[in-house]
Design a protein around this ligand. Structure first.
Ligand SMILES: Nc1ncnc2c1ncn2[C@@H]1O[C@H](COP(=O)(O)OP(=O)(O)OP(=O)(O)O)[C@@H](O)[C@H]1O
Ligand SMILES: [Mg+2]
Length: 403
């Protein structure tokens, strides 16, 4: 998101109201240079009316050559021909009157388009090129361990030097943030309004980094914010994230709601979570039948039996025969799972040798294709080990439901 050079707080607030919530404000050109050097993908710099015109022109002149995809937008109290001539000479992309916030918004939009066009195929064409794998963790029942599995699986994959992003699509009552003890400044609700120009530059400021190396796009704080999030935004977000992470792991609400259906459209591996109780099995069976109706390929579904060693009169064989699915992973019950979560360090991070962690690790290896790839070199870059695949064709589940 744009970096704004503006010393006055009230001005800065006005400008960020149109440039987007992820915009960064700095007070001086020196600070701008430092911030820019840490943001190689930045698409726009907005120079407030207080920035000296000669210094602004010198900066634009440098960026024109060193970072042609980064647009310089100059704000002036009055735009006259001398300002325009100077701007033209130095290679600034836009000059806008400081009070014309609508024009500033438009200038930022154009800057983003220029950045996309100039930043090569990665930024320009999200529908092409290699993409990461999207894993959706789903169950029609609440409380079966979806969030626990999503978070621990993310930590397991991240430990293998994979770039992982968790997305909390339990939009009403998401638990990813609390499970990871994160205090996010932004949530998925902040992505509303970023359409149709949604790209990674716009999405990145909404991600919350976690100390275990994963990023998270967390659910809104207020449950009713879900209603303001259009379902169509979900697939756009997921498509963008798949281009920038090796694994995108989606945690879901226990329902086939429209947002979750959008996620299914982008899903490569669907982890269906069951436990050893009859109501859950009944509902997972119905969910599997619904997936059949939606033509969600069986080959992409994997059954995960959580609390698999509970002594409750049902066996794993019974689960497999009832659901007509092979159990891909069995995760034992342990009170340490909840203990670990409550202490803010999921079990995979606090005790990687714990039987629960070992089951999740085995699952991570299978779905991540990690056994076939070389062990991560200490300090090696994520990209070097990134499993690269070609995007699956869009299947349009939501559209089929609507038929
Ligand atoms: N294998 C396990 N052993 C013991 N406790 C577990 C196990 N897996 C999950 N739990 C606990 O069960 C509870 C519910 O887990 P979790 O929140 O992951 O379920 P969920 O399916 O995401 O629930 P919801 O549908 O409400 O989002 C948590 O307290 C969690 O610590
Ligand atoms: Mg949950």
């Amino acid at each position: 998101m744009p970096i704004i050079v503006e010393g006055a707080a009230t001005n800065a607030e006005l400008f960020t109201s149109v440039t987007g919530p992820g915009s960064e404000v700095v007070a001086t050109l020196e600070e701008l240079k430092r911030t820019l050097s840490e943001k190689p993908d930045e698409f726009a710099v907005v120079l407030g009316p207080g920035v000296d015109i000669d210094a602004a022109a010198a900066l634009a002149d440098t960026l024109r050559v060193t970072r042609p995809a980064t647009s310089v937008i100059l704000l002036r109290r009055r735009v006259d021909t001398s300002v325009l001539a100077e701007a033209l000479r130095s290679g600034m992309r836009e000059v806008v009157e400081e009070r014309d916030l609508a024009a500033l918004g438009e200038a930022v939009k154009r800057a983003r388009q220029v950045h996309r066009a100039l930043s090569g195929p990665g930024a320009a064409a999200p529908a092409e090129g290699p993409v990461g794998k999207l894993i959706t963790v789903f169950s029609p029942k609440g409380g079966v361990g979806k969030t626990t599995l999503a978070v621990n699986l993310g930590i397991a994959l991240s430990a293998h030097e994979r770039r992982v992003c968790l997305v909390d699509l339990d939009l009403g009552f998401g638990d990813i943030a609390i499970t990871l003890q994160m205090f996010p400044a932004r949530t998925i609700a902040d992505a509303v309004g970023l359409e149709p120009d949604l790209d990674f530059a716009a999405l990145e400021p909404l991600l919350t980094p976690h100390r275990n190396g994963i990023s998270a796009l967390v659910a809104p704080v207020q449950p009713d914010a879900k209603d303001s999030i259009p379902a169509s935004l979900i697939s756009k977000i997921l498509v963008v994230l798949k281009r920038h992470f090796d694994f995108v792991i989606v945690d879901t609400s226990p329902a086939f709601d429209e947002h979750v259906l959008q996620a299914f459209d982008e899903t490569d591996d669907l982890l269906l979570v069951a436990t050893l109780d009859v109501p859950t099995l009944k509902n997972v069976k119905i969910a599997a039948e619904t997936l059949d109706l939606l033509n969600f390929p069986r080959a992409r579904r994997r059954l995960v039996l959580n609390r698999a060693d509970d002594k409750v009169g049902l066996t794993a064989e019974k689960v497999e025969s009832t659901l007509d699915m092979h159990i891909q992973a069995s995760i034992p019950t342990s009170h340490e799972v909840a203990n670990a979560t409550n202490s803010g360090e999921p079990i995979m991070a606090s005790n990687p040798r714990h039987p629960v962690s070992l089951s999740v690790e085995a699952l991570a290896r299978t779905i991540g294709g990690l056994d076939a790839s070389p062990a991560p070199a200490p300090g090696g870059s994520h990209a070097e080990h990134a499993p690269r695949r070609i995007a699956a064709p869009k299947r349009g589940l939501l559209r089929r439901v609507a038929k």
